[in-house]
Design a protein around this ligand. Structure first.
Ligand SMILES: [Zn+2]
Length: 250
């Protein structure tokens, strides 16, 4: 699911780099020794280049509707996954099914979806802004078209990587927020910190493995899943079944 979201967000990044290849690369100006002088300025290379970047951006950023639909689809999938995990844990612990209405689910998803839309939309604009400055500086240094083209193409990984970072981070954040909500909603006040315990996990988080925290008093960097790209999760410290604030179905 996380990888699927990475692929979906990376499509937007790829649309941007495809547009740069199509509009910007052919517009890269060449500055030769004999161009130095008035001719160079009169050629209006800067305006032409700027127009090429604007065209690329316009071509890459289509309608918001399809992006919204994809984001909503993944919010629903994360929610279904999270609910499944939660009920599995409760069934394993108590041997029963537990029901409780979840009125805050809508608002949690709405905020997450809006934030994701904002972040994903920022991928092409932020990338183009950085690339344009870089290209302008390289032209002013008198670099050849071949060198400019090479630099532009080497930048194609930048939005792709940012898309991956955003997608993984956001899936983790939503899953963490839903876990917190579901646990607290049935009266679970505490959890044990659990990590993936691989080489990528932060040392600080490895150090917390199995430690108990209160939901309302998280570590400085937040509850599991909230620090950037954190893949840790919260194992609920479950009260007695009678103390659970939910409808029990035997
Ligand atoms: Zn972590």
């Amino acid at each position: 699911m996380e990888n699927d979201y990475v692929s979906a967000v990376q499509l937007y990044a790829k649309r941007m780099t495809d547009a740069v290849e199509r509009y910007v690369v052919p517009a890269l100006p060449s500055r030769r020794g004999d161009d130095l002088g008035g001719q160079w300025e009169r050629d209006g290379w800067y305006t032409a280049l700027e127009q090429a970047f604007l065209d690329a951006l316009a071509a890459a950023t289509g309608s918001e509707e399809s992006m919204r639909a994809v984001i909503t689809l993944f919010a629903d999938r994360v929610n279904a996954f999270n609910a499944g995990q939660f009920h599995k844990i409760l069934r394993a612990a108590y041997g029963v099914d537990v029901f409780k209405s979840e009125p805050a689910l809508g608002p949690i998803s709405t905020v997450w979806e809006a934030e994701n839309l904002r972040l994903i939309k920022s991928i092409p604009t932020q990338y183009v802004e950085g690339l344009q400055s870089k290209v302008v500086a390289a032209v002013q240094r008198g670099e050849t078209v071949a060198s400019l083209t090479k630099q532009v193409r080497e930048s194609y990984d930048v939005p792709k990587k940012r898309a991956e970072l955003i997608a993984r981070d956001q899936i983790g954040k939503l899953n963490g927020q839903l876990t917190e909500y579901r646990q607290r909603n049935v009266g679970v006040d505490e959890y044990r910190w659990r990590g993936v315990l691989d080489a990528r996990e932060r040392d600080e988080h490895v150090g917390r493995e199995g430690d108990k925290f209160r939901w309302d008093s998280p570590p400085a960097d937040g509850n599991p899943g909230q620090p950037i790209r954190c893949r840790c999760w919260a194992e609920p410290v479950l009260p007695n079944l009678d103390d659970l604030d939910a409808l029990i179905v035997h």
